[in-house]
Design a binder for this molecule. Structure first.
Ligand code: ADP
Ligand code: MG
Length: 290
């Protein structure tokens, strides 16, 4: 491949909405046979809204729960955090959120901090829940929504259901990639029920749920060790290690800076179909110039 031909391909890629940085990425794109897809923010819009709030009877109550959760999520760049904060701001009192000290975000898991002298944590529910919260969890996941749990000083206080929708282009993107011989694999930190609901809608047959950021990277490593040529597409801090581990890391346009920094390629728009375009283009281009 001549540099001129590669540049031309890169220019056309940019018009299609893909920025391909150099010959190595273009070659990786041409050879890819597996694409690992993050769910939240990649296959889905990441524009989450709160669809349900269930408080434990005899606890702090729904109003206080949403206020504490929103306070601790205020500095989170995760779609779940943004949904909870926006929900609280739309609330009736509309007053300022209380201050947080010791904020800590664990990518792929949740956030915690101290608010009004109480230890507040919002995270993926793991383990047994009080009955009303367990019921709410089941209802949320049956609707393919994501459920997160609020704990205050260690005690479960409320379950929030948050939902977003698949991007309109996700179905076509997955279908086109498959027809190009690229096998889709869904990888998410969300729980299994929500993951399977999204996978079923997109007819993706290989799903890995409940993954930490390290698990996502390890999955990419295992696929490569098995001889697959792996592209990873993600948007979040939780995807950075997997993006770096892939043959080709692809960051969603509008994704977090950490994901963009770890990727080889960034989509100009948040449009996965551009990846199918780019794979098709890279194969045509390198076929003609050989
Ligand atoms: P995905 O892999 O689908 O992009 P993440 O890895 O970002 O999802 O998150 C995995 C899970 O961790 C979420 O489904 C949620 O339960 C929990 N989680 C992550 N970040 C937060 C947050 N800021 N607040 C509450 N829960 C969170
Ligand atoms: Mg994501």
């Amino acid at each position: 491949a001549t540099p001129t031909a590669l540049l031309a391909a890169t220019g056309r890629g940019a018009r299609l909405g893909v920025l391909v940085s150099g010959a190595r990425a273009l070659e990786a794109l041409r050879r890819v046979d597996t694409v690992v897809l993050d769910k939240t923010g990649t296959l889905t819009t990441g524009a989450m809204t709160v669809t349900g709030v269930t408080a434990v009877p005899g606890g702090i109550g729904a109003e206080a729960a949403i206020r504490l959760a929103a306070a601790v999520e205020r500095d989170s760049e995760h779609p779940i955090g943004r949904a909870l904060t926006a929900h609280a701001r739309r609330g009736r009192d509309g007053g300022p959120l209380p201050a947080v000290t010791g904020f800590h975000a664990t990518p792929g898991s949740g956030v915690r901090g101290t608010v009004e002298g109480r230890r507040v944590e919002v995270a993926r529910p793991d383990g047994p829940l009080p009955a009303p919260l367990a019921d709410a969890l089941e209802t949320a996941e049956a609707a393919a929504h994501t459920a997160v749990l609020l704990r205050v000083d260690g005690a479960a206080q409320a379950l929030f259901a948050v939902g977003d929708v698949l991007r309109p282009g996700s179905y076509r993107a997955v279908d086109r990639l498959r027809r190009l011989g690229v096998e889709p694999v869904l990888a998410t930190g969300d729980r299994e029920a929500a993951a399977l609901a999204a996978a079923a809608a997109l007819r993706i047959t290989e799903t890995h749920a409940g993954l930490t950021p390290e698990d996502k990277a390890a999955l990419v490593g295992r696929l490569r060790a098995a001889g697959r040529r792996v592209a990873m597409i993600g948007d979040g801090v939780n995807d950075a290690a997997a993006l770096a581990r892939a043959d080709l890391g692809i960051a969603m346009g509008g994704g977090t800076d950490v994901a963009i920094g770890a990727a080889d390629v960034t989509l100009v728009r948040a449009d996965i179909e551009a990846v199918a375009d780019a794979v098709a283009l890279s194969r045509r281009t390198l076929a003609t110039i050989r």
